[in-house]
Design a protein around this ligand. Structure first.
Ligand code: DOR
Ligand code: ZN
Length: 424
């Protein structure tokens, strides 16, 4: 049965300027304006009724690294975090850099995914930055954006050509901003703690210089470029200035870059090793300011599962990345809405629904009459402690084990079907 009568919740639907206590109806998997006689009744008293949350930056690891995650397990983690739509990154094994590989991911997602899965296509073959991938064919086959995430095209001539071709097929670019020479062999943020620990630093400049390049390319070509997982305060300032001039540049903030600092690597725990790296409290403050003033418009996890055996290695050998899908809403809610009070609930929901949907032109992220009934019910105040052993992910590499949060998703609805519900 996918007809629902969700009663007495606080409906927050920023795309339609709605924030009011009311009932929401679903008939045959679509948002309706009345209850079907056979509708399942859900009491949402005290809960927020939000459009299904969207995460445009996740690593599902399938094909090729299914000991870390599969589309089935990654989308189960998404559901448990309140997400009804995720966008897969192309750095799988092999990478999503041809129509055949893209089609395989999309087909596999249809078979095994429990939430909607879209896929990006690579900018360059093997994410190697040498040869442009078949962008036009991947666009026609359903890629919704282009990125070499995990890698960054260095060759300016090639990147300019990529932007031109992406513009011709109307696909936004999402870029992992990292200058390669400045970050060769880097383990963590370059600063006091990399000095103390004797580890090779990843200077903020290596991100900022690529953000500046992307701003100039976006401006020259008048084509949207989205800067993924912004980690540095100066990057925020560059994006703010460019957006004030109308440049089609956007930026994304990840949970770890607003809550964790480079100092947290001092015990050698590789669960804190991520790319771009955790930086300083000043960077955190600047990113939060950028979220507050609308410079950064999208929140995303960079959910990056890795095997325990890999993450147990010393810092210089462990891979970069951390889980995110199950904790991200709680991190953002606890930090930005409850503690810092810099975002209204409605703005938070916009940054997790309509804003990413607009960037990637997804038909999602709103509770408009007749639209697909993807809905997340959120208890905004529930106090809970994250236990990584309960994770639906196949991996356990989270820095948030044992963290106490305020607020979380309690029910996730896709196409009118409850696909996940918090155990009482
Ligand atoms: O920390 C990261 N992990 N950053 C990336 O850009 C890639 C990701 C991964 O795939 O593990
Ligand atoms: Zn990345």
């Amino acid at each position: 049965m996918n007809s629902l009568h969700i009663k007495n919740g606080r409906a927050i639907d920023p795309a339609n300027n709605v924030d009011e206590v009311r009932d929401l109806f679903v008939i045959n998997g679509k948002i309706a304006d009345h209850a079907a006689p056979n509708a399942e009744i859900i009491d949402a008293t005290g809960l927020v009724i939000a459009p299904g949350l969207i995460d445009i930056h996740v690593h599902l690891r399938e094909p090729g690294q299914t000991h870390k995650e599969t589309i089935a397990s990654g989308t189960a983690a998404a559901a448990a975090g309140g997400f009804t739509t995720v966008v897969a990154m192309p750095n799988t094994t092999p990478p999503t850099d041809t129509v055949e590989r893209l089609t395989w991911v999309l087909e596999q997602a249809k078979k095994t995914g429990v939430v909607h899965v879209y896929s990006t296509g690579a900018l360059t073959t093997s994410l190697a930055g040498k040869e442009i991938a078949p962008i036009e064919a991947m666009a026609a086959a359903g890629a919704i954006a282009l990125t070499d995430d995990g890698h960054c095209v260095q060759d300016l001539k090639l990147m300019r050509e990529v932007v031109l071709r992406a513009k011709k097929v109307g696909l936004p670019i999402m870029d992992h901003c990292q200058e390669a020479c400045l970050t060769a062999g880097s383990i963590m943020h370059e600063g006091e703690w990399s000095d103390r620990l004797g580890l090779t630093g990843w200077p903020s400049l290596a991100e900022e210089i690529i953000v500046a390049r992307n701003i100039m390319l976006a401006e020259e070509m008048n084509h949207p470029i989205h800067c993924q997982h912004i980690s540095s305060g100066t990057s925020v300032r560059l994006i703010r200035e460019a957006r004030s001039r109308g440049v089609p540049i956007t930026g994304e903030a990840s949970p770890h870059h607003i809550t964790l600092t480079d100092e947290m690597l001092k015990e050698g725990d590789a669960n804190f090793k991520v790319n771009p790296p955790l930086r300083t409290q000043e960077d955190i403050d600047a990113i939060i300011e950028g979220i507050a003033d609308g410079t950064l418009t999208i929140l995303a996890s960079d959910h990056a599962p890795h095997a325990l055996s890999e993450k147990k290695q010393p810092l210089d050998q462990a891979p970069f990345g951390m889980l995110g899908l199950e904790t991200e809403l709680a991190v953002f809610l606890t930090t930005l809405v409850h503690q810092k009070k810099i975002l209204s609930f409605s703005k938070l929901i916009a940054m997790l629904t309509i804003n990413p949907a607009q960037l990637l032109r997804l038909n999602a992220g709103r509770l408009t009459l007749g639209s697909t009934a993807d809905i997340t019910l959120i208890d905004p105040n529930l106090h809970w402690t994250y236990d990584r052993e309960t994770s639906a992910s196949l991996s356990r590499n989270t820095p948030y084990h044992g963290y106490q949060f305020q607020g979380r998703a309690v029910r996730t609805i896709v196409d009118g079907h409850t696909i996940w519900k918090l155990k009482e």
